[in-house]
Structures are given as structure tokens and as C-alpha cells.
Design a protein around this ligand. Structure first.
Ligand SMILES: Cc1cc2nc3c(=O)[nH]c(=O)nc-3n(C[C@H](O)[C@H](O)[C@H](O)COP(=O)(O)OP(=O)(O)OC[C@H]3O[C@@H](n4cnc5c(N)ncnc54)[C@H](O)[C@@H]3O)c2cc1C
Length: 427
């Protein structure tokens, strides 16, 4: 058996694992089960089309990571866009978010939303996500958009989600903001609404990080199969035994906890709830009638997808290039891919995005499992307690899936950087 020794064993070469390596700089070994790095931030090329694993756009909140990105690529490789996002509501397009654009609805529906908004029963504390939606936005806004859309996305009963399930990603708005938004021209009011995207897909940002790392310290096509936490040894499917001092996990927590046999940890693992997202990337022979929209939200439950995106409108290309997202519950078997593809094509026609003259030139299918973790206060407390115990044994589980949270690529990078700095100081 081959034996390797390293100070920092990093499981997973997604954006989190690579960023940790980038900052810790030495004495690390990354083990990645796929034959390339990037995890969910990989990019796929087919014919004339460049696709991500569902749209992966950069909304940097820190200058540090924004500059790391901008300073290392040519200006012409970066696209900066003012977000143009819509909701397909009863065959009309209205601006997203729904709650601040109810004035774009038909008069009767608008009055219903406004009436319920002014008569909603706000509470000090909400029991769950659904309770929060009704309490903060009233019945009509909740039932016309927030409830059906989020039920499609999360593929679960919204009563099972924490009131803060979406954290800072939820577009909260109070009455004043909603009324103010009716007075302002949306196009000129899009402050804080820009995003950056590399012309060659999100994977090209990953490549920037990967290029800085020593390739001798990355094992591709290698899966961690078991870990002896007492002896600090991990075994790979290729028969390598890796002795480590610190273990940095970035694979989804539900899988990582399978390496433990303790009863409590097994119970916690079974409690972790999440959805899966089936993604179709579709490349057609020509552009659709939608030439400026970047992505759209679909609350209608008779339509199989909850969100669709237009890479061609972001990249300025001349053929319709889309991503389609379909939510599944944790326990669903995703064994209806062909059916879902046909449904998708049928629904794109129904919604007027394509017609019979469109030819599907290329497509790819991806299953993101897990995709959105279901945040739940009780489970969160148990996860935090477990993390403390693991940290005492020099085991750290970080990133969106390792830490079991809802966050962006940049947030995952920030967590990796701060852990690397903390551990460097322990030397
Ligand atoms: C639908 C969707 C859309 C999103 N859009 C955006 C967006 O627009 N902007 C944004 O900022 N974020 C977005 N995100 C979030 C983003 O995908 C994550 O924050 C980020 O990819 C997390 O990276 P990671 O490295 O922590 O995990 P991952 O990318 O999951 O990396 C984990 C790695 O571990 C490897 N691995 C797994 N098991 C093993 C094993 N046993 N042994 C070895 N290796 C293993 C995997 O192959 C993978 O490479 C989106 C997420 C979803 C689901």
C-alpha cells in the first residue's frame, strides 16, 4: 500500500478546497474524486455553447476577492451586467422580486396584494419560513408567488424550513420599500444589482486559483473511502493511505458524516434535509424573443421548472443558450430525466420562449445533489455542537455543503481563507 503524509488533508477540489490550499500554501494534499477540479463551479463546453452547473454568477461583496478575480484576467474576458430578472406570471413578465413589483400586476390582483399587505398580521417571532412569508407579506403576495415558487425550489413543506432559511439571499421589503419601488423607474434604480461573469464560464475563475497551486499536491480521480479519525489516516479508492494532522472537509456534510460510526452522528446525518436540482443546459439554433433577460422565476406549479436562465443574453451570443432548474426532494429518485426534458421543451413552447422552428443543437444534464440545504434551527444547533467537537480533533468542515449552509461562492472562499489564516497562526 502506498502511504502519503501531509499536514493538511483537503477533501474536495471545489472552490472551497482550492481556496484553502491557495491560502495555506504548503504541506497540503487535495483529494478529488472527479477527473477535474471545480466541483459545482465547473464549466461545460458543447459546440457553440458554454454552460455552468446552473448559472454561477459572481456578486462580490468584498474587494479582496473581486480584485483577485479582476486583476488576473483581461478586461475583455469579464462581463459586468445590470441584473435583468423577471417572473413569468400568468403569461406576463413582471420584475423580480415579486413583492416590490406588485404594481405591475393586473389592477384587481394588485389591489388584493396591497390590501393583504396592509392587513397582514406581523409577529415578533415566526415559527417557520411559511409563517414568516404570511406575516411579512400578507396572504396574496405569499400565495401568488412566494409560496408556490419556494415550494417548487425547495421541494419541501415550507413549514419545515427555518424563518431565516435563505439568510441574506431573501429579498425582504417593508411596506415603505414596496410603495417607494412603485414610484421609481426600475432601470435607473438598479443600484447593488450588478453581477460579474467570466466570458468563458465560472470554471475559468476556478482555473485562476488552480493555476497557482502545485499540481503535485492534488490527486484527481481519487475518492476518500474511509477515515480512521483516531489514527488520523484516510484511505482512498486507489489504495493510498494518507496520514494527516489536520483534516479539511469540503464535501457535503451528509456524505462526510458517513465516515463516522457514532450513533449520535448517524442520527444527525439522517436529520439533514436538502433538495436536489436537476439542471438542463440547452443550446438552440437561434435566439428567442427574449433578448435582454438574464434569468426568470416561474411560480406556476403546472410548469416543471422553477427558474430558467439565458446565457446568450449575458454573453451577447446569437443562439439561445439556457439553463433550466427543476427541484426534487431529498428522497426522490431522479429517474425521469427523459420525461423532464420533453416536459421542459413542451413548457418552453407553451411559455413562448421557443416554437416549432427552434432546433435543439446541444444539451447537457446535471444533477446537483445536494443543491439547497434546508436550514432548520434545531438541526443547526446540533451541527454547531458537532463542529466544535470536530475542531477539537483538528477536523474542519467548511464551504456551502461542508458547513451545511446557504451561501455564495465568495462566502465559501471567505470561510476557506479565514480557516487557513487561523491554522497558519497555530504553527
Ligand atoms: C442551483 C445552484 C446555483 C448556484 N448559483 C450560484 C451563483 O450564481 N453564485 C454563487 O456565488 N454561488 C452559486 N451557487 C453556490 C455554489 O455552487 C457553491 O457555493 C460552491 O460551488 C460551493 O463550493 P464547494 O467547493 O464548497 O463545494 P463543491 O463544489 O460541491 O466541491 C466539493 C468537491 O468535493 C468532491 N468530492 C465529493 N466527495 C468526495 C470524496 N469522497 N472524495 C474526494 N472528493 C470528493 C466533489 O467532486 C467536488 O469537486 C449555486 C448553487 C446551486 C445549487
Amino acid at each position: 500500500m502506498e502511504i502519503k503524509k501531509t499536514k493538511y488533508l483537503i477533501i474536495g477540489a471545489g472552490i472551497t478546497g482550492l481556496t484553502f490550499a491557495d491560502y495555506i500554501k504548503q504541506d497540503y494534499l487535495i483529494v478529488e474524486k472527479e477527473n477535474e477540479v471545480g466541483g459545482y463551479c465547473r464549466t461545460i463546453r458543447r459546440g457553440d455553447f458554454i454552460w455552468d452547473y446552473a448559472g454561477h454568477f459572481f456578486h462580490f461583496k468584498t474587494d479582496e476577492f473581486k480584485n483577485k478575480f479582476l486583476n488576473n484576467v483581461n478586461n475583455n474576458e469579464i462581463i459586468e451586467q445590470d441584473k435583468c430578472t423577471k417572473i413569468i406570471y400568468k403569461n406576463n413578465l413582471i420584475d423580480y422580486p415579486f413583492q416590490t413589483n406588485i404594481h405591475q400586476l393586473d389592477k384587481e390582483e394588485f389591489i388584493d396584494c396591497l390590501y393583504d399587505l396592509f392587513n397582514k398580521k406581523e409577529k415578533e417571532n415566526y415559527d417557520n419560513f411559511l409563517d414568516m412569508l404570511y406575516g411579512k407579506f400578507g396572504r396574496s403576495i405569499t400565495e401568488k408567488f412566494l409560496r408556490p415558487y419556494n415550494e417548487k425550489l425547495y421541494a419541501t413543506d415550507l413549514k419545515l424550513l427555518d424563518k431565516d432559511a435563505m439568510g441574506r439571499f431573501f429579498p425582504y421589503a417593508d411596506k415603505e420599500q414596496i410603495i417607494n419601488n412603485m414610484k421609481v423607474n426600475k432601470d435607473t434604480a438598479s443600484y447593488n444589482n450588478k453581477f460579474l461573469y467570466p466570458r468563458n464560464g465560472a470554471g475559468s475563475f476556478i482555473k485562476l486559483i488552480y493555476d497557482r497551486l502545485s499540481k503535485n499536491h492534488i490527486l484527481l480521480n481519487t475518492k476518500i473511502e474511509s477515515i480512521d479519525f483516531n489514527k488520523k489516516k484516510a484511505l482512498t479508492n486507489t489504495g493510498i493511505e494518507i496520514e494527516y494532522e489536520y483534516l479539511i472537509n469540503t464535501i457535503p456534510l451528509n456524505h462526510f458524516l458517513e465516515f463516522y460510526t457514532d450513533k449520535d452522528i448517524t442520527l444527525l446525518r439522517k436529520e439533514l434535509s436538502y433538495n436536489k436540482v436537476l439542471v438542463f443546459n440547452l443550446g438552440f439554433n437561434k435566439k428567442s424573443k427574449y433578448k435582454k433577460e438574464h434569468w426568470m422565476y416561474i411560480p406556476d406549479k403546472s410548469i416543471n421548472y422553477y427558474r430558467i436562465g439565458f446565457y446568450d443574453n449575458i454573453l451577447g451570443s446569437d443562439k439561445l443558450s439556457m439553463y433550466i432548474e427543476i427541484g426534487y426532494s431529498r428522497d426522490s429518485k431522479v429517474n425521469d430525466i427523459d420525461f423532464q426534458l420533453q416536459e421542459t421543451l413542451k413548457n418552453l413552447k407553451l411559455q413562448g420562449i421557443i416554437d416549432d422552428t427552434f432546433v435543439l443543437e446541444e444539451y447537457s444534464t446535471i444533477l446537483m445533489d445536494p443543491a439547497y440545504v434546508h436550514i432548520n434551527t434545531n438541526t443547526d444547533v446540533k451541527i454547531k455542537e458537532l463542529m466544535k467537537k470536530l475542531n477539537d480533533e483538528k477536523v474542519y468542515s467548511i464551504g456551502r455543503y461542508g458547513a451545511w449552509t446557504y451561501c455564495s461562492m465568495e462566502d465559501s472562499m471567505i470561510s476557506a481563507k479565514s480557516l487557513a489564516e487561523k491554522l497558519s497562526n497555530e504553527k
